[in-house]
Design a protein around this ligand. Structure first.
Ligand code: 0A1
Ligand code: ZN
Length: 885
């Protein structure tokens, strides 16, 4: 067990390591409960470090069996080695070999960090600090070593033996039932990128020829019998490899690239050099078992992990404070990839929805932190939407600010200059400062200040002077540890829309607050607390289209008139803002409704809004885009807009009423779209076909919400005859909106049809966990005893308990506190097995302070109960203490 020192690690305390480990030779003899690991470490003093310092290697729950220094045994009884540390007080001041034998029990490893068992395989997870659960090491990302790994196992138990790099030897071990393989990875890497897998797995193989003619053998390893389900992942991998060559000039560098899918995994996937390990959810797909959204996720995660080969592996992080250096950048790259593979506009909308749903609440609550934090207690708790999604937004913003050309040049510089090193955010930014010839000091505040800035805009049109004056101001609320903020550099991409005539040409002089150059690209920079821009020669009062493409991760406040919003939905040349205008309109209506409902009245109704949604009749529009326009902001989005004294029940009532109104009033066009978009050909997961299915299913859902009898009939028919999981689960979701005997029958028949396929049953768990009815908690509790459920498997936990906590606003936040108590109990129980997953689950409480007082009190007492429980892991302790601070 790790000891809880409760002393934060701080960025300002960073020092280069005093020792380096050039070479690591590992010998791993796999056995279910007694795996032997021999690590031969070539250690030397770091010429850049302090001389004559002790060597302190990290360990976590290790049992050392033998340790030698240059071949001489060290006395294990002398106290220099504990489960969590190996200390040589006066190590040699020259290169030396430390050989360490440890014994591990992979079967008992329920944390899924280090070496563990999953299905028919042994596998490892080392990011962030899992390697220290395998052997004693300088477990920090700035210690780069060349690894050779010998793996030995029973042939019958683990016919496949994989590790990083290229395979250099393999064979039987004479006179035994065991065999071995030796892998060598020529690229120096930090230990968090180490991986090995040994198992009885099926596989598919292919090849990719890089642009310089290197032949790369590709393999995807899955549970036996699931091979055919990995073909889409293979296709996505090859497309990722080709794309990185053309979009970023990055070629793959080893002879082999392997992916292993496992069913027990704490996160999505892991970019270990040449051997990516994946949660099987992001590999396995077939039309009958995976939805279009699953296909899109598989494509994105495969790309993400592959892209890490350059942004993360070839150039890694100096320390964990720089996590966003690899994660923000790699998310930015996978977003660009998915945008190129699919519709850019629709993809942007989906990414912004995710950012607002995941990152904005984090940034507005007690867990807010910098994209580059300056202190942490438990690094595992920093794999957050802020580091990943906001980190990606910062890079996108940088590209908007400096333009595509300077951005591409800066990326090239970064790869050229920092290849083979462990870099920092400053290193990264310096490349763009150079390529764009611009001081980016103020821009860097995005990395060092938390919270979502608010940009407030007011406008005055002067018809006589034909001027349109925009006043912009930025402000940021206090966040933990940051009572005040300095102004950010905020790129505002904008247009002035004159009804159906579309965009006006933007004219403003230097003296009017914007230089011609900026306006040529429709981008102005807000770098001060306030800025005024006067547009000239404006013939009519325009509707301002602000933050086109969501040009900065901010909240925007502007008092658009209803007719502005209708104009923008119909005529904005920026499709993101067409969608945004519909969302803004909906949000405004919903906020009004919530007030009315809380005052005992009826939800607001606004025919103009419904009319704005009539784009569903435009047969020329991209169906995927129309589907997004028809999808209202979620309940949590509305809660965030309200910000304080939140009543989730009132939000639910308001949103449900608006959906019903849309379904009712637009029933004819929705039915027409449903009929028109039916897929006649064979299934294809491509964006166009997926887009048609998405609009069709959004239409179905709204028709059922509107209680249109034909809609209910269509949903039942679609459920009964669906040939794809997309259509099947959408129909089941529509039928699940209201309590009925049909719903229960449909749920039962879904289970019977898919029993045994854990990933599909996860959808069944999640759907039931999100039913917004008082019986949901009882149902979820009952399902925790279902044979298909297991607290030991992170996917099951997320699908049932996670979906309840994050996706069932009314029942998780039930005013009697029952939802909070249930999740708190689950966190406490899970914490004994898997602290990382327990801590993530607990983060569902992140917005508790914005609730109305009864719920706030209940949430607080559940959190206090967790905080007061004995034996908490550092992971859960960190989250609970920050949540309550
Ligand atoms: N680097 C991975 C994320 C990851 C982080 C920690 C893990 O430990 C359980 C696993 C994966 C990524 O960004 O994909
Ligand atoms: Zn990543």
């Amino acid at each position: 067990m790790r000891t809880d020192t409760a002393e934060p690690v701080r960025l300002k305390d960073y020092r280069v390591p005093d020792h380096l480990i050039d070479k690591v030779d590992l010998d791993v003899k796999l056995r279910a409960t007694a795996t032997q690991v021999t690590a031969r470490l070539s250690i030397k003093p770091n010429p850049k470090g302090r001389p004559d310092t002790p060597l302190v290697l990290d360990g976590d729950g290790l049992a050392a069996r033998r340790i030698t220094l240059d071949g001489v045994d060290l006395d294990l009884a002398s106290g220099f080695v504990t489960p969590s540390q190996l200390t040589l007080t006066s190590p040699p001041q020259r290169p030396f070999i430390l050989e360490i034998e440890t014994e591990l029990d992979p079967t008992a490893n329920t944390r899924l960090m280090g070496l563990y068992r999953t299905g028919h395989a042994y596998c490892t997870q080392c990011e962030a600090e899992g390697f220290r659960r395998i052997t004693y090491f300088l477990d920090r990302p700035d210690v780069l070593s060349v690894y050779t790994t010998r793996i030995e196992a029973e042939v019958s138990e683990a016919p496949a033996l994989l590790s990083n790099g290229n395979k250099i030897a393999e064979g039987k071990i004479d006179g035994t039932s065991r065999h071995f393989a030796v892998w060598s990875d020529p690229f120096p890497k930090p230990c968090y990128l180490f991986a090995l897998v040994g198992g009885d797995l099926g596989s598919i193989h292919d090849e990719f020829v890089t642009r310089s003619g290197r032949r790369v053998a590709l393999g995807i390893y899955v549970e036996h019998g699931k091979e055919a389900f990995a073909t889409y992942a293979m296709d996505a991998l090859k497309r990722s490899m080709a794309w990185d060559e053309t979009a970023f000039g990055r070629e793959y560098d080893l002879d082999v690239f392997n992916i292993v899918a496992v069913s027990d995994f704490n996160m999505g996937a892991m970019e270990n050099k040449g051997l990516n390990v994946f949660n099987d959810k992001y590999v396995l797909a077939s039309p009958a078992t995976a939805t279009d959204a699953d296909y899109a996720h598989i494509e994105a995660v495969i790309a993400h992990e592959y892209f890490h080969n350059w942004t993360g592996n070839r150039i890694t992080c100096r320390d964990w404070f720089q996590l966003c250096l690899k994660e923000g950048l790699t998310v930015f790259r996978d977003h660009e990839f998915s945008s190129d593979m699919r519709s850019r506009a629709v993809h942007r909308i989906a990414d912004v929805r995710t950012l607002r749903a995941q990152q904005f609440p984090e940034d507005a609550g007690p867990l807010a932190h910098n994209v580059r934090p300056d202190a942490y207690l438990e690094i595992n708790n920093f794999y957050t939407a802020t580091i990943y999604e906001k980190g990606a937004e910062i890079i996108r913003m940088l590209k908007v600010l400096i333009g595509d050309e300077a951005f591409a040049k800066g990326m090239d510089l970064y790869f050229e200059r920092f290849d083979g090193t462990a870099a920092t955010i400053e290193d990264f930014i310096s490349c763009f400062a150079e390529s764009a010839q611009r001081d980016l000091t103020q821009f860097s505040r995005w990395y060092n200040q938390s919270g979502t800035p608010l940009v407030s805009v007011t406008a005055v049109y002067d018809p006589a002077a034909r001027t349109f004056t925009l006043d912009l101001s930025q402000s940021s609320k206090p966040t933990p540890g940051q009572p005040t903020k300095e102004p950010f550099v905020i790129p505002v991409e904008l247009g002035l829309v004159a009804g159906e005539h579309g965009d006006l040409k933007l004219r403003a002089g230097e003296e009017d607050g914007a230089s011609g150059v900026e306006l040529g690209r429709g981008i102005i920079e807000l770098t001060t607390p306030r800025r005024r821009i006067v547009f000239r020669d404006v013939p009519v009062r325009p509707s301002p289209s602000l933050f086109r493409g969501f040009s900065a991760p901010v909240r925007v406040e502007y008092d658009w008139s209803e007719s502005d919003l209708v104009t923008l939905v119909a005529h904005d040349s920026d499709s993101f803002n067409r969608w945004q205008a519909a969302q803004t309109f909906a949000t405004r209506l919903l906020l009004r409704s919530v007030e009315a409902v809380r005052a005992g009245g009826a939800p607001a109704y606004e025919p103009n809004f419904i009319d704005a949604l009539r784009i569903v009749t435009e047969t020329s529009a991209d169906p995927a885009f129309t589907a997004q326009v028809l999808t209202l902001p979620g309940e949590a989005d509305i809660a965030r807009e309200i910000g304080q004294d939140v009543d989730p029940d009132a939000i639910h009532v308001a949103r449900k009423a608006l959906r019903a109104a849309i379904g009712h009033d637009l029933s004819q066009p929705l039915l027409a779209a449903y009929a028109r978009l039916e897929d006649k050909g064979p299934y294809s997961p491509d964006a166009a076909a997926a887009g048609r299915r998405s609009l069709r299913n959004v239409a179905l859902d709204l028709l059922v919400s509107g209680e249109i009898p034909e809609g209910v009939r269509l949903a039942a028919a679609q459920f009964a005859s669906a040939s794809t999981m997309t259509d099947e689960i959408a129909a089941l979701g529509a039928l699940s909106q209201a309590a009925s005997a049909e719903r229960e029958t449909a749920l039962e028949s879904f289970y019977q049809n898919h029993a045994g396929d854990a990933l599909v049953i996860d959808k069944w768990f999640a759907l039931q966990a999100m039913i917004a009815e008082p019986g949901a908690l009882a149902r979820v509790k009952k399902l925790t005893a279902h044979p298909a459920f297991s607290l030991a498997n992170p996917n099951r936990v997320r699908s049932l308990i996670g979906a309840f906590a994050a996706g069932n606003q009314t029942q998780f936040n039930a005013p009697d506190g029952s939802g909070y108590d249930f999740v708190a109990d689950a966190v406490l129980e899970l914490d004994r097995k898997n602290p990382q997953v327990a801590a993530r689950l607990l983060a569902a409480f992140r917005s508790w302070r914005s609730l109305e007082s009864v719920r706030r009190g209940q949430a607080e007492s559940a959190l206090r109960r967790v905080a007061g429980s004995p034996g908490l892991s550092p992971d859960v302790r960190d989250i609970v203490e920050r949540s309550l601070a």
